[in-house]
Design a binder for this molecule. Structure first.
Ligand SMILES: Cc1cc2nc3c(=O)[nH]c(=O)nc-3n(C[C@H](O)[C@H](O)[C@H](O)COP(=O)(O)OP(=O)(O)OC[C@H]3O[C@@H](n4cnc5c(N)ncnc54)[C@H](O)[C@@H]3O)c2cc1C
Length: 138
């Protein structure tokens, strides 16, 4: 599908389903625009997969570890818990990402927005080509 096709078919076409793209697409839809959202990778973008969510989840575990190890400073019994298991913490981080990603699935957004996931190629400044994931596997 070429970018000109998107321009003919949709009022608004947004490239990138990160925080900005998801909000823009949702608002465009609420304003009554026929909206398409193109994502080359995973819905959710940096914030969900590598930024805000993993970093804050990791920091939460680190803070918890610190507080438990300093429990006496809070008037609690001494609770030294040894070394943190980083592999387990990363599993927890992944589970938090997965639980949020469940609510950002393509199918959920497709109820209101036309989603197009897959690699895209600029053919010229005005032509955008989307290779749907399905085609990549064929
Ligand atoms: C470690 C870390 C911690 C952070 N913590 C916070 C925080 O606590 N709070 C906060 O507000 N912000 C935080 N941020 C910043 C936040 O992640 C970004 O501001 C936010 O993700 C930007 O969203 P975006 O939609 O603009 O871009 P992105 O999230 O980068 O989304 C862009 C999307 O577009 C897709 N895309 C790009 N090019 C194309 C293309 N040509 N065709 C199709 N798709 C394409 C990408 O695959 C991606 O999914 C953090 C960032 C990092 C790295």
């Amino acid at each position: 599908m070429f970018f000109s096709d998107f321009m003919n078919e949709y009022d608004v076409t947004i490239i990138g389903a990160g925080s900005a793209g998801l909000v823009a697409a949702t608002i465009a839809n609420q304003l009554g625009a026929k909206t398409a959202l193109i994502e080359k990778n995973k819905i959710g973008g940096e914030c969900l997969h590598t930024g805000c969510i993993p970093s804050k989840t990791f920091l939460h575990s680190a803070n918890l570890f610190q507080e438990i190890n300093n429990s006496r400073n809070f008037g609690l019994p001494n609770c030294q818990i040894g070394k943190p298991d980083v592999k387990k913490i990363m599993e927890h981080v992944k589970s938090v990402i997965d639980s949020i990603y469940q609510h950002e699935r393509k199918e959920i957004f497709e109820e209101i927005i036309s989603m197009h996931t897959g690699q895209r190629l600029f053919v010229s400044s005005s032509n955008l080509k989307v290779f749907l994931l399905l085609m990549v596997f064929l």
